[in-house]
Design a protein around this ligand. Structure first.
Ligand SMILES: NC(=O)c1ccc[n+]([C@@H]2O[C@H](COP(=O)([O-])OP(=O)(O)OC[C@H]3O[C@@H](n4cnc5c(N)ncnc54)[C@H](O)[C@@H]3O)[C@@H](O)[C@H]2O)c1
Length: 264
């Protein structure tokens, strides 16, 4: 959802866009909407966890649109198997079964691995594939998608928090590593945006807020969730060599003040 709006935003500025997703039909919906609005876009199926699949997508994109100069690494998300039921451990829960309450001790390696792979490896592998020709051409911009979790972990989601911290850390590492090749690497850290990933966590079916949703808004000085369009200004700034040519290795919060607020 967030990446859809980002793809539309760069297309509206005249960029030719390739939309990659695990689900080709989902990517095609976005690409065809961009074409309908007069832009140039292609869709490609791609699993960001399989290098061969990313290579295939790159070859198809270069054939259709030419070399890639901007990479947005947006695939990511959490998994219930990397999530605890409660915010803090209650020692009495240790006597309960994992069916009743999932404590830290019940988290399964597969759940943690899924979240780490999707967010971290799913950023690293596309970067290997798409930054190689950028490095040869001595130009390019990479924008990773981190999260508020990366600055301070959110309760209940240790795997997602740690994986996004890895994305932020990796953004800095890459910025240093790629600087001699003329590639800038930055990240956007969105605050809380209502999307399919978190709708059930933050809102009730009647449209009201869950306790977690209320808690988040209480810690967001702007007192609202973000809308995808809120990311566009930062995205275009980081994408533009003219506007941000000396900016690399940064992680920019777009969060209504969440990260600045100590809660009191
Ligand atoms: N929604 C928020 O509040 C929020 C906050 C901070 C960060 N983010 C991050 O923003 C990014 C976009 O999230 P969103 O909320 O728009 O979620 P989304 O679920 O709408 O988008 C994620 C997309 O990734 C695709 N995907 C999943 N696994 C893939 C794989 N292996 N290969 C290729 N594509 C794959 C999905 O098909 C989906 O289209 C994610 O990295 C997410 O972690 C979201």
């Amino acid at each position: 959802m967030l990446c859809r709006v980002m793809a539309e935003a760069v297309a509206a500025c005249g960029a030719q866009v390739a939309v990659l997703d695990l689900r080709l039909d989902a990517a095609e919906v976005v690409a065809s909407e961009i074409r309908r609005q007069g832009g140039k876009a292609v869709a490609a199926a791609c699993n960001v966890l399989e290098k061969e699949s990313i290579e295939q997508a790159r070859i198809a994109i270069e054939k259709a649109l030419g070399p890639v100069t901007l990479l947005i690494n947006g695939a990511g998300g959490n998994h219930p198997k990397g999530t605890t039921t409660r915010e803090q451990l209650r020692p009495e829960d240790l006597e309960k079964t994992a069916q009743e309450i999932i404590t830290f001790f019940d988290l399964e390696p597969q759940g943690i691995e899924f979240v780490f792979n999707l967010n971290f490896l799913g950023t690293l592998l596309p970067t290997q594939v798409f930054a190689f020709p950028m490095a040869r051409a001595r130009r390019g911009s990479i924008i990773n998608i981190s999260s508020m979790n990366a600055f301070r972990p959110l309760t209940r989601i240790p795997a997602y928090s740690a994986a996004k911290a890895a994305v932020s850390n990796f953004t800095q590492w890459l910025a240093v590593h790629f600087a001699p090749a003329g590639i800038r690497v930055n990240a956007i850290a969105p605050g809380f945006f209502l999307t399919d990933q978190n709708r059930e966590l933050l809102t009730r079916p009647d449209g009201g807020l869950t306790p977690r949703g209320e808690q988040i808004l209480a810690h967001t000085p702007a007192r609202r969730f973000g809308t995808p369009g809120d990311l566009v200004g930062t995205l275009l700034w980081l994408a533009s060599e003219r506007a941000s040519g000396f900016v690399t290795g940064t992680v920019i919060p777009v969060d209504g003040g969440f990260n600045a607020f100590g809660g009191v």
